[in-house]
Write a protein that binds this ligand. Structure first.
Ligand SMILES: [Zn+2]
Length: 297
């Protein structure tokens, strides 16, 4: 996936999670050691980067992009790509898109949906219209997708397309898909309907909501491809692989307390691939009616 040289979003902020910082303590040293072993990243560089992330309350657009680490810059570009595309789609429908925030956190974070840890996984909180990503997410994705080797060394490899990039972008755009559902009132409809049905039926609605977010991610990919031709050979297979293997995100619903991993599922891998592909081929959110009447009955 090509992502260098495009605008980065100013809606990305970082949160150190109350002192649990990458650069501090034994945990930081262990993480840095793992980075060094797995990716060939110099541990001292990793520790310094951790301190930059932990120390900054926010990374605003006024900072030069070079002050961010690679993952932060990547997230900013992907979020900006979603902003461009969703502004376009909402404008075409005579509506206005409201951009979400994205918080990159380290260790722990508190949201309008409650507090969360790295174990929660990526999630979107409708209460504060914010996507939450733990920084370890990128490391885990590289591991889950079996991506190693080509990141060894200190070469300028990030200027080329790198394996795993699009799978990461897919997850971010899935979370933004939940934001779109919130703007369209779908999230609220699902929540309301879920209160009036059995646990099993509510679970089914959750699955349909997840599949729609996958479809929206596909729509975004298609529209962004039209806009900037960012896809490279293998990217779609990569996302489809990711849809099956990860996507362990949480659409957080609770208010107060902690973001508790719910027992809903995301649907089968086949369903996820099917809906992502459907959005990708149509480039139109009208094709993403996973509910098809389930909410009105
Ligand atoms: Zn989701």
């Amino acid at each position: 996936m090509k992502w260098q040289g495009r605008r980065g979003s100013s809606n990305v902020r970082t949160s150190s999670g109350g002192g649990k910082m990458l650069g501090g303590g034994i945990g930081g040293i262990i993480i840095a050691g793992i980075l060094w072993l797995v990716f060939g990243v110099n541990p001292m560089t990793a520790l310094q980067t951790g301190q930059v992330v932990a120390g900054g309350g926010s990374n605003t657009s006024t900072e030069p992009a070079t002050s961010d680490d690679r993952d932060t810059r990547f997230v900013k570009v992907v979020l900006a790509d979603t902003e461009e595309v969703w502004h376009q789609i909402f404008n075409e429908a005579g509506s206005t898109y409201k951009e979400p925030s994205l918080i990159l956190f380290n260790g722990q974070v508190s949201s309008a949906c409650g507090s969360a840890s790295a174990a929660t996984g990526p999630f979107y909180c409708p209460g504060d219209q914010t996507v939450y990503l733990d920084t370890s997410f990128f490391v885990e994705m590289r591991q889950n997708l079996g991506i190693t080797g080509d990141e060894q060394g200190s070469g300028d490899s990030e200027n080329q397309g790198k394996a795993g990039d699009f799978a990461q972008a897919y997850v971010i755009s899935h979370e933004v898909g939940h934001h779109v559902q919130t703007l369209l009132g779908i999230t609220q409809q699902v929540n309301e309907a879920s209160r009036q049905v059995t646990r099993a039926q509510a679970n089914k609605l959750s699955v349909l909501q997840e599949l729609q977010a996958d479809c929206f991610a596909g729509v975004w990919a298609q529209r962004n491809q039209e806009r900037v031709q960012f896809l490279e050979a293998g990217d779609i297979d990569e996302a489809i692989n990711a849809a099956g293997q990860i996507g362990d995100d949480r659409l957080a619903r609770a208010s107060g307390g902690a973001v508790v991993p719910d027992n809903f599922t995301h649907g089968t891998s086949q369903q996820r691939v099917q809906w992502f592909t459907r959005g990708l081929e149509s480039g139109n959110i009208q094709s993403c009616d996973t509910f098809s009447g389930a909410l009105s009955s």
